[in-house]
Ligand binder design. Structure first.
Ligand SMILES: *[C@@H]1O[C@H](CO)[C@@H](O)[C@H](O)[C@H]1NC(C)=O
Ligand SMILES: *[C@@H]1O[C@H](CO)[C@@H](O)[C@H](O)[C@H]1NC(C)=O
Ligand SMILES: *[C@@H]1O[C@H](CO)[C@@H](O)[C@H](O)[C@H]1NC(C)=O
Length: 392
């Protein structure tokens, strides 16, 4: 009980600190004493949206304010009329000039490769200007809201300026989560659009499936093959445990791989080349292992030795590539640090167990060899090695 109260207290304290740190947007004083009736602090990217909505003519005067912006950063805020996120965004852009002023213009985003070139929006913007003030960048604009609508998906973003033009923005979690809804009448905003939310959900599913299958189950299955078979009583049980482990890992892994392919085809314009290529290599090698199992020579076949080397070599390659790819995926997904720490913790535990079992295995094998020598010279079954009785 005490622990629970302590925990709740910690949450309370950290929440209060958070809300103190988050500046109240309504206390902001505009330079020309403009008064905006409504404002919201957007959840990520240090951004605020201020506005006056005029019901008589369906226009809204907005001021998008992005705080703490460097002089080599563009910022943009957009409504997305028919979709959500970046594609279809009707953007107001602020681009710094080399002379220190900031240029405000509109840009309709039609592709992920956009350079945010100036273009008209699919609603009228009778006025737009941008300014830089005490490290903040502000975009002031009047929007003629289309079709009497007052509720929209919104998206906002910032990125580097290269050669005087907007460059591609980063893909960290702040950049991916800067979307939501805004209602100019009620002043209500929602975080994350439905599409963005479900996309994030699918990315997480992809991450969990693959981290558990390729990243945890497969190394465990390999450890079973290497360390359990040394126990004579565990023969042939180790073989079936190994198969069960790897078959489960492969099944879940293929499902995870499929979600990755779908994510890739749904995220046109966003490419994680090395993560993708390693993933495809893993699928190919993993599938080879399944066929290798079906085609394995009998234990006393003279080629079995080479098959063992091949099977082990591909197996270790898969494990190393899988671990690398889990870390690459964690960097892309950029979840809370605790997930990366948890995975590192699992790897360290598996590594420690493997080290102990490795030492133990050598101890047993060497002991057995000694015994065998004492009993009948070099003849007899060796407890560890390539020819150890697998059911064929
Ligand atoms: C819309 O109406 C408001 C006040 O009702 C007025 O201040 C504003 O200039 C009008 N805007 C346009 C574009 O007509
Ligand atoms: C977006 O939806 C509006 C109606 O809400 C329609 O008039 C317009 O053509 C659509 N634009 C696109 C690009 O689909
Ligand atoms: C800065 O440069 C832009 C174009 O590069 C120009 O339109 C603007 O007038 C300049 N501003 C000042 C204060 O010189």
């Amino acid at each position: 009980m005490g622990k629970v109260i302590h925990f709740l207290f910690c949450i309370l304290i950290s929440n209060s600190i958070l809300s103190l740190a988050q500046e109240d947007c309504s206390s902001y004083n505009f330079r020309n004493n403009e008064i905006y009736a409504t404002c919201v602090s957007l959840p990520v990217q240090n951004s605020n949206l201020h506005w006056n909505y005029h019901p008589t003519n369906g226009t809204v005067d907005v001021a998008y304010r992005h705080t703490g912006v460097s002089t080599s950063t563009w910022v943009a805020w957009a409504l997305n009329l028919n979709g959500s996120g970046m594609l279809g965004a009707q953007a107001l852009v602020a681009l710094p000039n080399s002379n220190g002023s900031v240029q405000g213009y509109t840009s309709a985003v039609t592709s992920y490769g956009t350079g945010l070139q100036q273009s008209p929006l699919n609603f009228a913007v009778p006025a737009i200007r941008a300014e830089r003030l005490n490290g903040d960048v502000l975009i002031h604009a009047t929007l003629v809201l289309p079709g009497g609508r007052t509720s929209f998906n919104q998206v906002w973003q910032s990125g580097p300026v290269s050669n005087g033009a907007p460059g591609a923005h980063a893909l960290g979690s702040e950049n991916r989560n800067s979307l939501g809804t805004v209602d100019f009448i009620t002043g209500q905003t929602g975080a994350g659009a439905a599409v963005g939310g479900s996309l994030l959900h699918r990315r997480n599913t992809h991450g969990v499936l693959n981290a558990v299958s390729w990243g945890i189950l497969m190394p465990m299955g390999a450890m079973v093959a290497r360390y359990v078979k040394v126990f004579k009583v565990a023969n042939p049980a180790w073989f079936y445990i190994h198969i069960a482990c790897q078959a489960t890992a492969y099944g879940v892994g293929v499902a995870g791989w499929g979600t990755g392919l779908k994510l890739g085809s749904d995220s046109e314009g966003i490419k994680y080349t090395s993560h993708r290529n390693i993933g495809i290599t893993l699928f190919v090698l993993g599938t080879l292992q399944v066929f290798a199992l079906l085609l394995r020579p009998k234990p006393d076949n003279k080629y079995r030795k080479y098959w063992n080397i091949y099977h082990g070599g591909v197996g270790y390659t898969v494990i190393i590539l899988a671990i690398i790819n889990v870390f690459k995926g964690l960097d892309i997904l950029d979840p809370e640090k605790k997930w990366k720490h948890a995975y590192i913790g699992v790897l360290i535990s598996l590594g420690a167990i493997a080290a102990i079992l490795e030492a133990f295995t050598w101890f047993i094998v060497l002991n057995r060899k000694k015994e065998e020598k004492q009993v009948n010279g070099a003849h007899g079954a060796n407890g560890y090695g390539h020819s150890h009785g697998q059911p064929a």
